[in-house]
Design a protein around this ligand. Structure first.
Ligand SMILES: Cc1ncc(C[n+]2csc(CCOP(=O)(O)OP(=O)(O)O)c2C)c(N)n1
Length: 323
């Protein structure tokens, strides 16, 4: 793996801070009533989306579940249109009709944002099948939570992906809980990556550290080489942690506050990368602060844009309705 230069790593740092600040502001906007519906934050998991974006091509396919803001931002969807979507505005990336869980941007081959647990996994297989059939040199990266690996869709999708050697990287973001249920209580095999064996699919040899952007990138690179070569699908499990509740209003009775605090100090991907860059004397604290500051300003501008934007017109109700 090539060693990235300083500017590249500073950019990863900025992107992770951008996602963090975006999510923190969304939490505030939810409490003021500017954002409605359900809201699932990506805080703590930022390194995964940013690592993916640093490896995969702009024309590869990305699909994920409802914890999708960070993945969408890392994909390069403008912050202001993601924020406008959060507020249900016409300028939003899904024209204000999707909201938090249904971000999608066809031009960037970001296929969503799906609310039904595991429901997007057969779609990922279908997207990959279309590429395979038409001979397109593209791979599909399907992100999912640990909970979705207990759902029928997961098994159907992985089975067909293996049978047809579909070009998909299946990425399990194991944040250790599916709503209020710990993985060990819901999954017969809590070493999730072993589920790949049932489908004869290669996988990462160890569960990856979700706070370590370098480790995740390295594995993405290996997976990419395999899948792009036409060998078939590949599965990865990344052990991560969500620092906030499952969604807004989660009283978090299923875990101890000490556990959360411990993770915040030991497994924060932003702190981890910042410390690495400082220890290696690649950057100064001022340079890190400048990146953080500029990310914060970008989020503030996005909020201003979103608040000023109009809601969709009533006629929009009938647009894009086919039946
Ligand atoms: C088929 C289905 N069953 C139940 C739900 C309710 N539900 C929403 S999120 C969730 C937990 C999923 O956990 P996981 O896949 O680990 O993702 P995470 O929220 O941890 O990112 C559940 C059960 C749903 N949306 N869809």
């Amino acid at each position: 793996m090539t060693t990235p230069d300083k500017e590249t790593m500073l950019n990863w740092y900025r992107q992770m801070v951008l996602i963090r600040r975006f999510e923190e502001k969304c939490a505030e906007l939810y409490t003021t009533g500017d954002i409605g519906g359900f809201l699932h934050l990506y805080i703590g998991q930022e390194a995964i989306a940013v690592a993916a974006q640093s490896i995969f091509r702009a024309d590869d396919n990305i699909i994920t579940a409802y914890r999708d803001h960070g993945v969408a931002l890392a994909r390069g969807i403008p912050t202001k249109t993601v924020m406008a979507e959060m507020l249900g505005k016409a300028t939003g990336v899904s024209k204000g009709k999707g909201g938090s869980m249904h971000l999608a941007d066809i031009d960037r081959r970001f296929w969503g944002g799906w609310a039904i647990v595991g429901g997007h996994l057969p779609l990922a297989a279908g997207i990959a099948l279309a590429d395979q059939y038409s001979g397109a040199d593209r791979i599909t990266v399907a992100f999912m939570g640990d909970g979705s690996t207990n759902i029928g869709y997961f098994h159907e999708a992985l089975n067909l992906a293996a049978v047809w050697k579909l070009p998909v990287i299946w990425v399990v973001e194991n944040n250790q809980y599916g709503m209020g249920t710990a993985v060990t209580r819901a999954s017969a095999v809590s070493d999730i990556v072993k589920k790949a064996e049932a489908y004869g699919m290669p996988c990462c040899q160890q569960v990856l550290d979700g706070a370590d952007i370098f480790e995740i990138r390295e594995q993405f690179e290996m997976a990419e080489a395999y899948v792009r070569d036409g060998e078939g699908s590949y599965m990865m499990e990344i052990l991560t942690y969500r620092f906030r509740g499952h969604s807004m209003g989660d009283p978090e009775r299923y875990r101890q506050q000490e556990e959360v605090e411990k993770k915040k100090t030991e497994a924060d991907p932003i702190i981890r990368l910042g410390n690495y860059l400082l220890e290696k004397k690649l950057v100064t604290q001022e340079e890190l602060d400048a990146q953080a500051q500029s990310a914060e300003e970008e989020v503030a501008e996005a909020i201003e844009f979103a608040k000023k934007s109009p809601f969709p017109a009533p006629e929009e109700l009938y647009a894009n309705v086919y039946v």
